[in-house]
Design a protein. Structure first.
Length: 289
Protein backbone atom coordinates (compact mmCIF):
# COMPACT_ATOMS: atom_id res chain seq x y z
CA UNK A 1 0.00 0.00 0.00
CA UNK A 2 1.36 3.40 -1.02
CA UNK A 3 0.87 6.62 0.93
CA UNK A 4 0.87 9.73 -1.25
CA UNK A 5 0.92 13.21 0.27
CA UNK A 6 -0.22 16.09 -1.97
CA UNK A 7 0.87 19.63 -1.11
CA UNK A 8 -1.07 22.17 -3.13
CA UNK A 9 -0.57 25.84 -3.95
CA UNK A 10 -3.52 27.71 -2.40
CA UNK A 11 -4.08 29.92 -5.42
CA UNK A 12 -4.46 27.11 -7.95
CA UNK A 13 -7.95 25.54 -7.90
CA UNK A 14 -6.93 23.43 -10.91
CA UNK A 15 -4.14 21.92 -8.82
CA UNK A 16 -6.54 21.13 -5.98
CA UNK A 17 -9.01 19.56 -8.43
CA UNK A 18 -6.28 17.31 -9.80
CA UNK A 19 -5.17 16.35 -6.28
CA UNK A 20 -8.73 15.36 -5.35
CA UNK A 21 -9.22 13.41 -8.58
CA UNK A 22 -5.90 11.59 -8.17
CA UNK A 23 -6.66 10.84 -4.51
CA UNK A 24 -9.92 9.15 -5.58
CA UNK A 25 -7.99 7.05 -8.10
CA UNK A 26 -5.47 6.07 -5.41
CA UNK A 27 -8.25 5.05 -3.04
CA UNK A 28 -9.73 2.69 -5.65
CA UNK A 29 -6.29 1.06 -5.86
CA UNK A 30 -6.24 0.51 -2.12
CA UNK A 31 -3.66 3.26 -1.50
CA UNK A 32 -3.83 6.18 0.93
CA UNK A 33 -3.86 9.86 -0.05
CA UNK A 34 -3.36 12.96 2.10
CA UNK A 35 -4.16 16.40 0.67
CA UNK A 36 -2.63 19.51 2.24
CA UNK A 37 -2.84 23.10 1.09
CA UNK A 38 -0.39 25.84 2.00
CA UNK A 39 -2.18 28.65 3.80
CA UNK A 40 0.86 30.84 4.35
CA UNK A 41 4.65 30.73 4.27
CA UNK A 42 4.74 28.57 7.40
CA UNK A 43 1.34 26.85 7.58
CA UNK A 44 -0.61 24.08 5.89
CA UNK A 45 -4.24 22.96 6.15
CA UNK A 46 -5.32 19.32 6.04
CA UNK A 47 -8.97 18.29 6.37
CA UNK A 48 -9.83 21.72 7.77
CA UNK A 49 -7.12 21.68 10.44
CA UNK A 50 -4.22 24.13 10.24
CA UNK A 51 -0.76 23.39 11.56
CA UNK A 52 2.70 24.88 11.36
CA UNK A 53 4.95 23.67 8.58
CA UNK A 54 7.52 22.40 11.05
CA UNK A 55 4.89 20.23 12.76
CA UNK A 56 3.93 18.31 9.62
CA UNK A 57 5.41 14.81 9.68
CA UNK A 58 5.66 13.02 6.34
CA UNK A 59 7.08 9.85 7.84
CA UNK A 60 5.65 6.82 6.07
CA UNK A 61 4.83 8.70 2.86
CA UNK A 62 5.87 6.88 -0.28
CA UNK A 63 6.13 10.17 -2.19
CA UNK A 64 5.31 13.83 -1.63
CA UNK A 65 3.66 15.53 -4.61
CA UNK A 66 4.25 19.27 -5.07
CA UNK A 67 1.44 20.91 -7.04
CA UNK A 68 2.37 24.48 -7.92
CA UNK A 69 5.50 26.22 -9.14
CA UNK A 70 9.08 26.44 -7.94
CA UNK A 71 8.11 28.12 -4.67
CA UNK A 72 5.74 25.31 -3.73
CA UNK A 73 8.35 22.73 -4.71
CA UNK A 74 11.01 24.29 -2.51
CA UNK A 75 8.71 24.30 0.52
CA UNK A 76 7.77 20.67 -0.05
CA UNK A 77 11.46 19.75 -0.27
CA UNK A 78 12.08 21.20 3.19
CA UNK A 79 9.20 19.14 4.58
CA UNK A 80 10.16 15.88 2.85
CA UNK A 81 13.93 16.01 3.31
CA UNK A 82 13.89 15.23 7.02
CA UNK A 83 12.05 11.92 6.39
CA UNK A 84 13.96 11.06 3.19
CA UNK A 85 10.72 11.14 1.19
CA UNK A 86 11.13 11.64 -2.58
CA UNK A 87 9.44 14.72 -4.06
CA UNK A 88 7.51 14.65 -7.33
CA UNK A 89 6.78 18.07 -8.82
CA UNK A 90 3.76 18.85 -11.00
CA UNK A 91 4.16 22.26 -12.59
CA UNK A 92 1.23 24.67 -12.32
CA UNK A 93 3.43 27.78 -12.44
CA UNK A 94 4.21 29.96 -15.43
CA UNK A 95 7.76 28.68 -15.71
CA UNK A 96 8.83 25.96 -13.32
CA UNK A 97 12.42 24.79 -13.45
CA UNK A 98 12.22 22.33 -10.57
CA UNK A 99 8.85 20.56 -11.10
CA UNK A 100 9.15 19.00 -14.54
CA UNK A 101 5.87 17.09 -14.85
CA UNK A 102 2.74 18.46 -16.49
CA UNK A 103 -0.64 17.59 -14.90
CA UNK A 104 -1.55 14.91 -17.45
CA UNK A 105 1.57 12.92 -16.51
CA UNK A 106 0.79 12.58 -12.80
CA UNK A 107 -0.89 9.15 -12.72
CA UNK A 108 1.73 7.58 -14.97
CA UNK A 109 4.53 9.07 -12.86
CA UNK A 110 3.00 7.78 -9.62
CA UNK A 111 2.57 4.32 -11.14
CA UNK A 112 6.28 4.26 -11.98
CA UNK A 113 7.09 5.24 -8.39
CA UNK A 114 4.93 2.41 -7.02
CA UNK A 115 6.51 -0.11 -9.38
CA UNK A 116 10.07 0.98 -8.57
CA UNK A 117 10.62 2.22 -12.12
CA UNK A 118 10.82 5.96 -11.45
CA UNK A 119 13.87 8.04 -12.21
CA UNK A 120 14.94 9.51 -8.86
CA UNK A 121 17.75 12.05 -8.80
CA UNK A 122 19.67 13.01 -5.68
CA UNK A 123 20.45 16.68 -5.18
CA UNK A 124 22.60 18.10 -2.42
CA UNK A 125 21.18 20.74 -0.11
CA UNK A 126 22.68 23.29 2.26
CA UNK A 127 21.96 23.07 5.97
CA UNK A 128 22.16 26.43 7.71
CA UNK A 129 22.91 27.17 11.35
CA UNK A 130 23.20 30.55 13.02
CA UNK A 131 24.44 32.21 16.17
CA UNK A 132 21.03 33.93 16.28
CA UNK A 133 19.00 31.34 18.18
CA UNK A 134 15.71 32.93 17.11
CA UNK A 135 16.32 31.52 13.64
CA UNK A 136 17.07 28.00 14.81
CA UNK A 137 14.40 25.33 15.14
CA UNK A 138 15.79 21.94 16.12
CA UNK A 139 12.65 20.26 14.73
CA UNK A 140 12.78 22.03 11.35
CA UNK A 141 16.38 22.77 10.33
CA UNK A 142 17.02 25.57 7.89
CA UNK A 143 17.57 23.94 4.51
CA UNK A 144 18.29 25.38 1.06
CA UNK A 145 17.95 23.45 -2.19
CA UNK A 146 18.88 26.47 -4.31
CA UNK A 147 20.77 29.10 -2.35
CA UNK A 148 21.40 31.07 0.79
CA UNK A 149 21.66 34.84 0.31
CA UNK A 150 22.81 37.56 2.67
CA UNK A 151 21.59 40.93 1.42
CA UNK A 152 22.05 44.53 2.46
CA UNK A 153 19.25 46.22 4.40
CA UNK A 154 19.94 49.86 3.49
CA UNK A 155 19.55 51.22 -0.03
CA UNK A 156 22.74 52.83 -1.27
CA UNK A 157 24.97 51.11 1.30
CA UNK A 158 27.01 47.95 1.04
CA UNK A 159 27.45 45.40 3.80
CA UNK A 160 30.70 43.88 5.02
CA UNK A 161 30.77 40.11 5.30
CA UNK A 162 33.75 38.20 6.70
CA UNK A 163 34.00 34.58 5.56
CA UNK A 164 35.72 31.62 7.21
CA UNK A 165 36.46 28.44 5.28
CA UNK A 166 37.75 25.25 6.91
CA UNK A 167 37.65 27.17 10.18
CA UNK A 168 40.15 29.76 8.96
CA UNK A 169 39.55 33.38 8.07
CA UNK A 170 39.27 33.75 4.30
CA UNK A 171 37.87 36.77 2.42
CA UNK A 172 35.97 39.82 3.62
CA UNK A 173 33.52 41.23 1.09
CA UNK A 174 32.11 44.73 0.84
CA UNK A 175 29.15 44.14 -1.45
CA UNK A 176 25.40 44.30 -1.96
CA UNK A 177 25.24 40.71 -0.82
CA UNK A 178 26.68 37.21 -0.89
CA UNK A 179 25.20 34.07 -2.48
CA UNK A 180 26.03 30.54 -1.37
CA UNK A 181 24.43 28.18 -3.86
CA UNK A 182 24.10 24.46 -4.49
CA UNK A 183 24.69 23.01 -7.97
CA UNK A 184 20.89 22.98 -8.39
CA UNK A 185 20.75 26.67 -7.55
CA UNK A 186 23.83 27.60 -9.57
CA UNK A 187 21.62 28.40 -12.58
CA UNK A 188 19.42 30.77 -10.55
CA UNK A 189 20.54 33.93 -8.71
CA UNK A 190 24.16 32.75 -8.76
CA UNK A 191 24.18 32.71 -12.55
CA UNK A 192 22.58 36.17 -12.74
CA UNK A 193 25.33 37.49 -10.46
CA UNK A 194 28.03 36.11 -12.78
CA UNK A 195 28.70 32.85 -10.96
CA UNK A 196 29.55 29.55 -12.67
CA UNK A 197 27.12 26.76 -13.55
CA UNK A 198 27.79 23.53 -11.67
CA UNK A 199 26.67 20.09 -12.79
CA UNK A 200 23.69 19.14 -10.57
CA UNK A 201 25.30 15.80 -9.71
CA UNK A 202 28.20 17.47 -7.88
CA UNK A 203 28.36 17.69 -4.11
CA UNK A 204 29.66 21.22 -3.86
CA UNK A 205 28.76 24.82 -3.03
CA UNK A 206 29.57 27.98 -4.94
CA UNK A 207 30.03 31.33 -3.17
CA UNK A 208 29.43 34.44 -5.29
CA UNK A 209 29.49 38.09 -4.17
CA UNK A 210 26.79 40.44 -5.46
CA UNK A 211 28.16 43.73 -6.84
CA UNK A 212 31.34 43.67 -4.72
CA UNK A 213 33.09 46.98 -4.07
CA UNK A 214 36.88 46.96 -4.01
CA UNK A 215 36.96 43.24 -3.19
CA UNK A 216 37.30 39.98 -5.09
CA UNK A 217 34.54 39.64 -7.68
CA UNK A 218 35.17 35.98 -8.53
CA UNK A 219 33.21 33.00 -7.26
CA UNK A 220 34.66 30.28 -5.06
CA UNK A 221 33.67 26.63 -5.48
CA UNK A 222 33.85 24.63 -2.25
CA UNK A 223 33.85 20.87 -1.73
CA UNK A 224 31.36 18.96 0.39
CA UNK A 225 33.85 18.95 3.29
CA UNK A 226 34.32 22.74 3.36
CA UNK A 227 31.61 24.52 5.34
CA UNK A 228 31.64 28.30 5.13
CA UNK A 229 30.91 30.62 8.05
CA UNK A 230 29.86 34.21 7.32
CA UNK A 231 30.01 36.95 9.95
CA UNK A 232 28.04 40.19 9.58
CA UNK A 233 30.45 43.05 10.23
CA UNK A 234 29.79 45.40 13.11
CA UNK A 235 28.50 48.42 11.19
CA UNK A 236 25.33 47.19 9.37
CA UNK A 237 22.93 44.27 9.57
CA UNK A 238 21.81 41.97 6.76
CA UNK A 239 18.76 40.10 5.52
CA UNK A 240 18.91 36.30 5.39
CA UNK A 241 17.06 34.85 2.38
CA UNK A 242 16.77 31.10 1.81
CA UNK A 243 15.44 29.82 -1.52
CA UNK A 244 13.85 33.19 -2.24
CA UNK A 245 12.10 33.52 1.14
CA UNK A 246 13.17 36.07 3.73
CA UNK A 247 13.94 34.20 6.93
CA UNK A 248 15.03 37.04 9.18
CA UNK A 249 17.10 40.13 9.82
CA UNK A 250 20.58 39.54 11.17
CA UNK A 251 22.16 42.00 13.56
CA UNK A 252 25.82 43.02 13.21
CA UNK A 253 28.07 40.35 14.68
CA UNK A 254 25.71 37.49 13.81
CA UNK A 255 27.22 34.47 12.09
CA UNK A 256 25.66 31.87 9.84
CA UNK A 257 27.29 28.61 8.81
CA UNK A 258 26.47 26.81 5.56
CA UNK A 259 27.41 23.16 5.09
CA UNK A 260 26.22 20.50 2.70
CA UNK A 261 23.62 18.34 4.40
CA UNK A 262 24.62 14.72 4.88
CA UNK A 263 21.27 13.57 3.46
CA UNK A 264 20.49 14.45 -0.14
CA UNK A 265 17.14 15.59 -1.49
CA UNK A 266 15.47 12.94 -3.65
CA UNK A 267 13.58 14.25 -6.68
CA UNK A 268 11.35 12.17 -8.96
CA UNK A 269 12.00 13.05 -12.59
CA UNK A 270 9.78 12.46 -15.59
CA UNK A 271 12.72 11.34 -17.72
CA UNK A 272 16.46 11.16 -17.09
CA UNK A 273 18.05 14.39 -18.29
CA UNK A 274 21.74 14.78 -18.91
CA UNK A 275 23.62 17.91 -18.02
CA UNK A 276 23.93 19.21 -21.59
CA UNK A 277 20.21 18.91 -22.27
CA UNK A 278 19.27 20.47 -18.96
CA UNK A 279 21.62 23.37 -19.60
CA UNK A 280 20.29 23.98 -23.10
CA UNK A 281 16.65 23.94 -21.98
CA UNK A 282 17.34 26.22 -19.01
CA UNK A 283 19.30 28.83 -20.92
CA UNK A 284 16.85 28.88 -23.82
CA UNK A 285 13.99 29.32 -21.34
CA UNK A 286 15.81 32.21 -19.67
CA UNK A 287 16.42 33.87 -23.04
CA UNK A 288 12.74 33.72 -23.88
CA UNK A 289 11.49 35.23 -20.63
Amino acid sequence: MAIVTFLVHPGRPDAMALAIDTAEWLTTRGDVARIMSFTGPDQVTEAGATQALGDVDLEGSTVAVSMGGDGTFLRVVRMAWDRDVPVLGVNFGRLGYLPDLVPDQLREALTRVFEGQAVIETRCAIEITSSDRSLVDDHAPLLALNEVVLEKTDFGHTIRLATYIDGEEALTYSADGLIIATPTGSTAYNLSAGGPILSPSLRAMVMTPVAPHLSLDRSLVLTDSQPVCVEIAADRGAVLVIDGQEVGRLAPGTTITCALAARSVRVVRNDPQKFGGMLRVRLLADRGR
